[in-house]
Design a protein around this ligand. Structure first.
Ligand code: SF4
Length: 330
């Protein structure tokens, strides 16, 4: 951050982190105190911003809004951090540079060892290493630093230990940003270009694996509800689209309400969410929810024919409360 601030001439540095992460915040503050004592931060101010659980706290325009006004609400789409930064005034838009921690953490190594050294690992479009997060139904879930372009199969089976005994992996979510990945695609290198070619995405390097005990409509139900709950309600089609998608999928689990067109209604709801959107959240939901329905259509139709409510929790994608948040204008 200090190097980045030097490059763009910034005087105020903010580190944003979820307030729940107490141990990490304590370490962060200790490190800032040490670096301050060493004079590294001479001439700049460093502030640690402890924020809420909301997914949108990590959205760049919402993050700036949170620092200014205490609400993680994305600003309008055209107000990028470069166009309107922090505490803009009539005299200056006070542009801001917003980067994630993993990106900034690479900077000191690149400055010290050079770009060629950084590019010696990884692929042409994704140089260096990536912090991959593998969770869900694998024996060794965790965060692993690996060379970009490592085949998914190696990441899932050799590094994260693969599925439990007698089980097989059924589907993998590429975070919340891309289409789901089925086993026939596990040879794909985990880099931006290769994953985009199969309709998925590298995103922040997070993968959630589900084994063959999982019920895909149940996963889709949790995801649709996640997007519905996390939508901040500033853009009507976003909230309404995911409300329709979520309720249509949930109906499949209710014998008195399930209808044959529930999967189609869910597809329509999710796909209609991104219209006039301020942020990328509905684009993510409009990708991942339909990709589950399209690739496992048979399971959704079977669920309609036998709409029993499963009781299992779905790991990795649904930690939100089930209450709709209505922070934006109604
Ligand atoms: S697109 Fe959705 S989540 Fe993003 S600002 Fe609009 S309502 Fe909120």
């Amino acid at each position: 951050m200090r190097i980045a601030a030097h490059v763009v001439g910034a005087r105020d540095l903010y580190v944003a982190i979820c307030a729940r992460y107490r141990a990490e915040i304590d370490r962060l503050c200790d490190a800032i105190r040490e670096l301050t004592a060493d004079g590294v931060f001479d001439g700049v101010r460093v502030t640690v911003v402890e924020g809420p659980e909301e997914y949108l706290f990590g959205e760049e325009k919402a993050l700036l809004n949170y620092i200014e006004e205490g609400q993680p609400l994305p600003r309008e789409a055209h107000q990028t951090p470069v166009e309107r930064g922090l505490f803009a005034s009539a005299a200056s838009p006070n542009p801001a540079l917003v980067s994630n921690v993993e990106t900034l953490a690479r900077v000191s190594t690149i400055v010290r060892s050079g770009a060629e050294s950084f590019r010696a690992l990884g692929t042409a479009d994704t140089p260096g290493t990536v912090l991959f997060t593998v969770s869900g139904d694998v024996v060794k879930p965790g965060v692993y630093e690996m060379e970009a372009g490592t085949p998914l199969k190696r990441l899932l089976y050799e590094v994260a230990g693969g599925p439990r005994a007698w089980r097989r992996l059924k589907v993998v979510l590429a975070g919340l940003s891309g289409g789901v990945i089925t086993p026939d695609r596990f040879d794909t290198p985990a880099d931006f270009g290769s994953l985009a070619l199969i309709g998925s995405a590298l995103g922040a390097g997070g993968f959630v694996a589900y084994d063959d005990t999982r019920n895909v409509p149940r996963i889709a139900s949790a995801l649709a509800r996640f997007f519905y709950v996390e939508s901040c309600n500033q853009c009507p089609s976003c909230k309404q689209g995911f409300r329709l998608a979520s309720s249509a999928i949930d109906e499949l689990f209710d014998a008195t309400r399930a209808t044959a067109d529930d999967p189609e209604r869910a597809l329509y709801g999710a796909r209609s969410a991104p219209q006039g959107h301020r942020c990328y959240l509905p684009v993510q939901g409009a990708t991942v929810v339909p990709s589950l329905i399209s690739r496992f259509r048979g399971e959704f139709e079977a669920r309609y024919r036998e709409p029993l409510a499963p009781t299992e929790a779905v790991p990795g994608c649904c930690s939100s409360s089930t209450t709709s948040r209505r922070r934006g204008p109604s």
